[in-house]
Design a protein around this ligand. Structure first.
Ligand SMILES: Cc1ncc(COP(=O)(O)O)c(C=O)c1O
Length: 414
């Protein structure tokens, strides 16, 4: 019996969500559309299996094929990112960071990461998160003027506070992360270097952003953002940390791995090794640059003046709009984005002075520079007409028409 017959309520909500995804412009920088083969693996019978442990060393019988799936995922991750070791069992980016930190740093020691309101992630030391509760935290920020990382200041902070671990890689930083410079800082204070590439993993895999493989001791990444895989994460590291990382994931923090998700991760790594993925990664960046240029030309202030990657941070203060109001108005126009604090924001995070815009999802749909220009026009119209619900509804129709030219799932339109 199908979901439709067994549980019409959930079925109907899934269908509505699919329609919403089809009809909206998704500019959330951390979202993407997983391809059908990733969805198929995620929805497979592998969900039925328990396989605590690692390939060849499981606590339960019956893991002949699961072992092969996990080994394939590990080998593909190693090849894709050029690393010694990969653990593919992390359920999410946050737990991956939890496992990586606990493997390397005893509770109570000092870690250093970018402040949340500046573009870091919650798990990079926020006081409301395990990271801020377990460790002493030294936070770094971007330079007030350039709104970019200043390595002289970061180095000074690191040498003064001597953290055991430095985290680089962010949630809302529109510029290149210079892993080589972070390595120098880490060496200057004797810290481990962790690169959290959750946002940019797809760009790195596709050669559109420098790789941390040579520089970082440990690399964590989600698999569902630019990498276009299932929800989940992996941890990669130098050979010397392999055992510590594996133990920290299981039995340290998790029980059974999600084998169906591991299979889907393997599929996404395979996809990311293909030539068309490299084209995709480069197109994401081209699209983000065009979106930045268009919005700037139309009068918006961009944090740091532009972008090198897949995302843009817009400061709406000069327009007299908060991030929250912009997010609400744009959603009425069928344009989905998130309010975001900007560096040195004077608004609370739930209001925020900016919005974050990303191009990974619309690039997956096949949009290129000319369509992104249309997106910029629609977005500006939405901001200007933010208090006019009728105008926003009419923009939504234009958005729908644009989206109908770029189907998300041709396979599931029945
Ligand atoms: C840089 C970074 N690290 C970690 C995470 C956490 O990932 P998850 O939401 O899977 O826990 C995110 C999610 O947005 C992120 O941006």
């Amino acid at each position: 019996m199908s979901l439709k017959e067994k549980d019409p309520e959930i079925y109907s909500l899934v269908r509505k969500e699919m329609q919403r995804q089809q009809e909206c412009i998704d500019l959330i920088a951390s979202e993407n559309y997983a391809p059908p083969e990733v969805l198929e693996a995620t929805g497979s019978v592998l969900t039925n299996k328990y396989s605590e442990g690692y390939p060849g060393k499981r606590y339960y019988a019956g893991n002949e094929f699961i072992d092969q799936v996990e080994t394939l995922a590990i080998e593909r991750a190693k090849k894709l990112f050029g690393v010694d070791h990969a653990n593919v069992q992390s359920h999410s980016g946050s737990t991956a960071n939890y496992c990586a930190y606990s493997a390397l740093v005893p509770a109570g020691e000092t870690i250093m990461g970018m402040e949340l309101s500046q573009g870091g992630h919650l798990t990079h030391g926020s006081p409301v998160n395990f990271s801020g509760k377990t460790y002493k935290v030294v936070s770094y920020a971007v330079d007030k003027k350039t709104e970019m990382l200043d390595f002289d200041v970061i180095r000074k902070q690191a040498v003064e506070h001597k953290p055991k671990l430095i985290i680089c890689g962010y949630t809302a930083y529109p510029r290149t992360v210079h892993f080589d410079k972070f390595r120098e800082v880490a060496d200057a204070c004797g810290a481990y270097l962790l690169a959290d590439i959750s946002h940019i993993a797809g760009l790195i895999a596709g050669g559109a952003h420098p790789s941390p493989a040579k520089y970082a001791d440990v690399i964590t990444t989600t698999t569902h953002k630019t990498l276009r895989g299932p929800r989940g994460a992996i941890i990669m590291c130098k050979a010397e940390f392999a055992q510590m990382i594996d133990k920290s994931v299981f039995p340290g923090a998790q029980g059974g791995p999600l084998d169906h998700v591991t299979a889907a991760k393997a599929v996404c790594f395979h996809n990311a090794m293909q030539k068309d993925f490299s084209d995709y990664a480069h197109q994401i960046v081209k699209n983000a640059k065009v979106l930045a240029e268009e919005l700037h030309a139309k009068g918006l202030r961009l944090v740091s003046g532009g972008t090198d990657n897949h995302l843009i941070l817009v400061d709406l203060t000069p327009m007299g709009i908060t991030g929250k109001d912009a997010q609400i108005a744009l959603e009425k126009a069928g344009i989905i984005c998130n309010k975001n604090t900007i560096p040195y924001d004077t608004q609370k995070p739930f209001v925020a002075s900016g919005i974050r815009l990303g191009t990974p999802a619309m690039t997956t749909r096949g949009m290129k520079e000319s369509e992104i220009k249309e997106v910029a026009t629609l977005l500006m119209k939405g901001l200007h007409k933010r208090t006019d619900d009728a105008a926003l509804a009419s923009i939504k129709e234009e958005v729908k028409a644009l989206c109908s030219r770029y189907p998300v799932y041709k396979e599931y339109t029945h």
